[in-house]
Ligand binder design. Structure first.
Ligand code: BG6
Length: 287
């Protein structure tokens, strides 16, 4: 981590990391790092195990730039689902407020961060809201993203917990649990039906719909279970060689070491949230 040139300054339980602050958690079971910008968890590992989340070695850790890796929050729009907003919305580059870090017991720590509307967000998206991210660090990694409508009019969101999973090698990775599900292929703009498990031999960029069971990611070293609640869509993405070379904050061969499986409400699985109502997208990762 020294490559990021962090200053090693302990302020309460925050550390300064170039220009952005993060919270560091260590308990009997696992460790994690969560940036206040974007409520972005960029490290999670069970003690004496390899990190579960992939993080680009050349990621930016700067204000207004999304970290490349971990779990960026795409909100209030996934991809370019709302063309008036930046790609993947504005939450991933917005500064969240740290509400609490609670040691539930020696094995379990819970962090709550919140983002609310501001002059700046209202200019981009004309709704009053509260967005709460609750992260539980233990044997499992649990993320609960709750959107509350504080406005007098209903709003529509698309969103994703854009998880970058670390894999032994992309050629070993197999994604199970999406057989027979329809998907929108972002590379061809066509809808197809998944036939069997997903393996990676080229660029993959798909929005799966009607997702109603756990997704399992298998590689040579482990089996990761991805359980989604409040979601019926999932994105499976790997940029492969050419796109990886064009992408920001990624080394040329980075595509070999991660797969994104994104727990989502995307495309037809958008959510309409009425005034005073909430919606929670919950992701539980275990291995
Ligand atoms: C995925 C999209 O969710 O995010 C891809 O399906 C996109 O098309 C990827 O390239 C990364 O997006 P960004 O904005 O973080 O570079």
């Amino acid at each position: 981590m020294k490559r990021y040139n962090y200053f090693d300054i302990l302020k309460n339980n925050f550390m300064e990391f170039k220009m952005i602050e993060y919270i560091e958690i260590k308990n009997n079971i696992a460790s994690a790092k969560i940036a206040l910008q974007g409520a972005h968890i960029f490290h999670y590992a069970r003690n004496s195990e390899k990190p579960l989340l992939w993080l680009s070695e050349v990621s930016d850790f700067e204000e207004r730039k999304a970290i490349r890796g971990g779990v960026p929050i795409c909100w209030p729009s996934f991809g370019m689902n709302n063309p008036d907003l930046p790609q993947h919305g504005f939450a991933r580059t917005s500064l969240f407020k740290h509400i609490s870090t609670t040691e539930i017991d020696a094995d379990t720590t819970q962090v709550i961060l919140k983002l609310t509307h501001s002059k700046e967000t209202l200019k981009l998206w004309a709704y009053k809201f509260e967005l709460e991210m609750k992260i539980t660090i233990s044997h499992k990694l649990i993320m609960e993203l709750t959107t509350t409508n504080l406005d007098t009019k209903s709003f529509k969101i698309t969103q994703a917990l854009h998880t970058y999973f670390s894999v032994s090698h992309i050629s070993d990775a197999v994604v199970k649990g999406l057989d027979k599900k329809p998907y929108f292929d972002a590379l061809t703009s066509k809808v197809s039906l998944q036939n069997g498990d997903i393996r990676f031999e080229e660029e993959v960029d798909r929005v799966y719909q009607e997702v109603d069971a756990d997704i399992v990611l298998v590689d040579k070293e482990r089996k990761i279970n991805i359980e989604n609640e409040g979601s019926a869509s999932a994105i499976v993405w790997n940029p492969w060689i050419e796109k990886c070379a064009r992408m920001s904050a990624m080394k040329e061969n980075a595509y070999e070491s991660f797969v994104c499986i994104e727990s989502a409400n995307a495309m037809e699985d958008f959510r309409l949230i009425k005034p005073k109502c909430s919606h929670t997208l919950k992701l539980t990762i275990s291995s």
